[in-house]
Design a protein around this ligand. Structure first.
Ligand code: BEZ
Length: 210
């Protein structure tokens, strides 16, 4: 069965552009993003990897470790990385797995045989400090992902973990949030001493906690 939200992200050891790494050691109690790329030397992947490198400070600010995956060999990765730096204006600042034998891609269900049996789709896994999967996303090879959306989900997940608030439709960092239903009004008085707006008893709005 496909990996689902709440499952432990499977551990693995793999060759990467930063040497041989064990995934659970690499993430080491941090938040993490693991994402796959269909193939080296393809245009959409090139733009995505450059964009992710440019967002390095944003991931670091949120305490997120990033790891990419492509089903090509390590020497092929090394040459492609030079292209990414030249064409996208950013050098890779996170490890890219050389999943030549597709072991990790298979473990994480990143190959969808009805799309392609040789390339991965564009999968994203956001993993919490407890090593549990918090988000899964699969995009087709031809559609580049929106990494601002990935950061937005991480912001939401981190707010929920820390403050027991949820985020409404199209929420963006800094906008009002919702007190989760599991928090009673009695508990909410302690957590949100400045009060909240009760649109309905089940819809309680508060400013985003800092
Ligand atoms: C790309 O990364 O550009 C790509 C890969 C596979 C199919 C289509 C596009």
């Amino acid at each position: 069965m496909a990996l689902q939200i709440g499952d432990i992200a499977p551990d693995f050891e793999a060759d990467t552009t930063e040497g041989r790494l064990r995934f659970h050691d690499y993430i080491d109690g941090s938040w993490a993003v693991l994402f796959s790329h269909p193939k080296n030397y393809t245009p959409v992947c090139t733009t995505e990897l450059g964009a992710t490198a440019k967002l390095g400070d944003e991931f670091a600010k949120r305490g997120v470790k990033v790891m990419g995956l492509s089903v090509d060999a390590i020497d092929n990765h090394d040459r492609w990385l030079k292209d990414i730096e030249e064409t996208q204006g950013a050098a890779l600042n996170f490890p890219l797995i050389a999943d030549f034998d597709r072991k990790v891609a298979t473990l994480y269900g990143m190959i969808h045989p009805n799309a392609s049996d040789s390339m991965t789709v564009r999968s994203v896994f956001v993993i919490g400090p407890d090593k549990k999967i918090k988000l899964t996303m699969n995009y087709p090879a031809s559609t580049g992902r929106n990494f601002d959306e990935i950061l937005r989900v991480i912001d939401s997940l981190q707010l929920t973990a820390k403050h027991q608030v949820a985020t409404p439709v199209n929420w963006k960092r800094g906008e009002d949030v919702i007190i989760v239903p599991a928090v009673t009004n009695e508990e909410a008085k302690t957590k949100f001493p400045d009060g909240w707006k009760e649109v309905r008893p089940y819809l309680r709005i508060v400013p985003q906690p800092k």
